[in-house]
Design a protein around this ligand. Structure first.
Ligand SMILES: Nc1ncnc2c1ncn2[C@@H]1O[C@H](COP(=O)(O)OP(=O)(O)OP(=O)(O)O)[C@@H](O)[C@H]1O
Ligand SMILES: [Mg+2]
Length: 276
């Protein structure tokens, strides 16, 4: 079995750049030779497809209906990144039959030799799905901006993930910054509150500048990594990917995609499946 790094990209507040960070981190990891799976876990709004200009025909709900295999659902994005499109089907995971559950976990297990990294782009807010995806991941990346509401919501998210999912280590990316110094200040503000009131450890992993070229790429439904590889934000995404690559390879059993999907499923279903 092949270990896989699973990274959930979160924020609390919406619109701070989770999807852009997820997509460009995935691109840069793929450019470095990693085999990357990118999952759009935003149940309400399919952001990844739109940013990448993809038009997926199928999603996980089709796998569950027995209409196609998991491999048929994957769409190839830039630099060979494989995308699992957003699926209303994920919501139905709470109501899976034991047979469907076993099928799905097995299907994801069959993918694991094909990938080194799974990047999960989560929804805004602190819904159950964000908690569940974060709990199932090995690394939780929190994206923040200088806006006070972003910091307050990031703190709220960290608090809930710590309390409800037992997560105590968080990696912080400061997005849309004007300088590295500003990024450090944002990080220190978040740290000062989080580490004072919660038993958590925050690590600064990157500063992504506000970049008009990123917006130009978004407007054309392409990634800035493809369109403007020399621009500042892409250099920053590259450095972020370098950091991620240096994270230790997870040990068993946390480092397996199969484990990730096992953890996505509610306990009741899991128990039923074991009985089955
Ligand atoms: N570094 C950046 N420089 C300039 N604009 C940016 C940057 N990062 C994100 N944006 C812009 O901010 C907006 C929100 O970005 P994005 O969709 O990635 O956020 P999100 O956190 O995924 O949002 P949501 O919570 O709705 O899923 C987009 O218009 C995007 O192009
Ligand atoms: Mg998004």
């Amino acid at each position: 079995m092949h270990p896989v790094q699973v990274i959930a990209v979160t924020s609390g507040k919406g619109g701070v750049g989770k999807t852009n960070v997820s997509v460009n981190l995935a691109c840069q990891l793929a450019k470095q030779g990693k085999r990357v799976l990118l999952m759009d876990a935003d149940l309400g709004l399919a952001n990844v497809d739109i940013l990448l200009g993809l038009r997926p025909l199928r999603n996980l709900s089709h796998v569950l209906a027995g209409e196609c295999s998991l491999r048929d659902v994957l769409v190839t994005g830039p630099f060979g990144v494989q995308v699992i499109p957003a699926a209303s089907g994920i919501k139905q995971m709470a109501e899976l039959t034991p047979t469907q559950h076993a099928q799905l976990v097995q299907a994801f297990g069959s993918l694991e030799d094909d990938f080194d990294v799974l990047v999960v782009d989560t929804a805004a807010g602190i819904s159950d799905s964000v908690v569940t995806f974060s709990r199932a991941s090995q690394h939780v990346l929190v994206v923040v901006t200088e806006e006070p509401t972003s910091l307050a919501d990031a703190y709220g998210l960290i608090k809930v993930l710590n309390r409800d999912a037992g997560i105590s280590r968080f990696k912080v990316v400061c997005n849309m910054v004007s300088s590295d110094l500003q990024a450090r200040r944002i990080f220190e503000r978040l740290c000062a509150v989080a580490e004072r009131f919660l038993d958590v450890q925050l690590t600064f992993v990157g500063a992504i500048p506000r970049d008009e070229f990123l917006l130009k790429a978004v407007a054309r439904q392409r990634t800035v990594s493809e369109m403007f590889p020399a621009t500042e934000s892409v250099q920053a995404f590259k450095r972020l990917a370098d950091q991620v690559s240096a994270w230790p390879i997870p040990g068993e059993p946390r480092g397996h995609i199969e484990f990730f999907f096992e953890r996505l499923l509610p306990v009741a279903t899991r128990e039923a499946s074991m009985a089955w």
